[in-house]
Design a protein around this ligand. Structure first.
Ligand SMILES: Cc1ncc(COP(=O)(O)O)c(C=O)c1O
Length: 385
């Protein structure tokens, strides 16, 4: 007896493998994107209180604790301008990771095609395979990461896609889709009776004049957009595993069935404590974005001094750096970087379906002092290559 065939169709996560390499060489981990700083104090205090108080040590309601869904609905209503129903439109999941796979399994049949923008977050490949669907890639073109309208249309008109995955803001390239772009995609969805599954985990990490648009709140999109997101990045609690799907009741009913049998539900006490985060004032989110923008700009100065070219991200906390001049491929470079320079990054090839070996991805969700140390190490790169 062998493991199922589908397991052979995707590899282990390249990102998490780089974390293991970072540990092996004691390198600063700028590979796997999670903060090395603690969440806001009031969330931790709320968790202590919830645990002491009791009453949430058993399963929560499968769709999510009502207190959590109500607070989330209020937040989403405020940020999207669309009234969100906590009972019929929200499902609380174990991170956006579960939200995405549960959504795709709920809407796609084996053999269906799903459009995915490339570069893409590596989970989407595995999600496609696990849900039995076949990915059709639509290229985002550097340096603007714009897409070609005819390629988008072709994915639905000729290749028969039933859905599209949109990571907004995008990991790894930091693209923030504009309202106009999302409306254009929406028109194509309407024309071909298709849907979008969006991954909006970086919705509050947006730079400069860019703005986040909830595609689900655009005119005519409430039935066509399934929004996945999470609290992982917004409140620096990736280990709490709290995410959600916001979708019209028709989709929510289907997604809840998958979710129920996949995980039953997200951790009850953590949902209760996270209500404090969901009720944060707007200033919390402004500060979050400003802090990350400062980290981005400080890290970029180090890259400038290291002689590494990069594209400035509009959102999320990653950037792709160009290593063409090193004469190394991305996998070799990342090994060298971890072992000899003491910084871990991710080979860019893991984000593209076509051969790209001249890019590596760094994340900058690190304390200022960690980033400074990583940056100083990177500045020594010139002496070594
Ligand atoms: C685009 C994207 N989606 C989802 C996730 C995982 O989110 P969660 O912790 O909510 O499962 C990540 C984590 O890096 C991510 O970059």
């Amino acid at each position: 007896m062998e493991p199922a065939e589908r397991i052979g169709r995707f590899t282990e996560s390249v990102i998490r493998e780089q974390t293991r390499i970072a540990h092996l060489f004691g390198a600063i981990n700028l590979a796997q994107g999670f903060p090395d700083f603690d969440p806001p104090r009031d969330l931790v205090q709320a968790l202590e209180q919830v645990l002491q108080k009791g009453g949430s040590h058993q399963y929560a309601n499968t769709w999510g604790a009502p207190e959590f869904r109500v607070a989330l609905a209020e937040k989403l209503t405020r940020t999207s301008g669309r009234s969100v129903d906590p009972d019929r439109e929200l499902t609380v999941t174990c991170g956006s990771t579960e939200a995405m796979i549960a959504s795709l399994m709920a809407i796609l049949n084996p053999g269906d095609r799903v459009a995915v923008f490339s570069p893409f977050y590596e989970n989407y490949n595995a999600d496609g395979i696990l849900s039995g669907a076949q990915a059709v890639h639509i290229r985002l073109h550097a340096p603007t990461w714009n897409f070609d309208r005819s390629e988008l249309r072709e994915a639905f008109a000729e290749k028969g896609c039933k859905a599209i995955v949109i990571c907004n803001p995008s990991n790894p390239c930091g693209k923030v889709f504009t309202r106009e772009e999302l409306m254009e995609i929406g028109q194509v969805l309407e024309e071909f009776d298709a849907v979008a599954v969006t991954d909006e985990v970086y919705e509050h990490i947006i730079y400069d004049k860019n703005r986040h648009t909830h595609m689900a709140a655009l005119p005519g999109m409430s039935e066509r957009v399934i929004t996945c997101s999470s609290l992982s990045k917004t409140y620096s609690i990736t280990g709490w595993r709290l995410g959600y799907v916001w979708a019209a009741p028709k989709w929510t009913n289907a997604i809840r069935k998958v979710h129920d049998f996949l995980t039953v539900g997200a951790a009850h006490p953590l949902q209760m404590a996270a209500v404090v985060g969901l009720r944060s004032e707007p200033s919390y989110y402004e500060r979050l974005a400003a802090d990350y923008q400062r980290k981005r700009d400080a890290f970029c100065l180090h890259l400038d001094r290291a002689g590494l070219a990069y594209l400035l991200p509009q959102g999320a906390y990653f950037l792709l750096a160009d290593i063409s001049h090193t004469q190394m491929g991305d996998v070799e470079f990342c090994q060298f970087l971890a072992q000899e320079i003491g910084v871990a990054a991710v080979p860019g090839s893991s984000f593209f379906e076509y051969p790209v070996t001249h890019l590596v991805r760094f994340h900058f969700s690190r304390k200022d002092e960690t980033l400074r140390e990583a940056g100083q190490r990177l500045e020594r790169l010139g002496e070594r290559i």
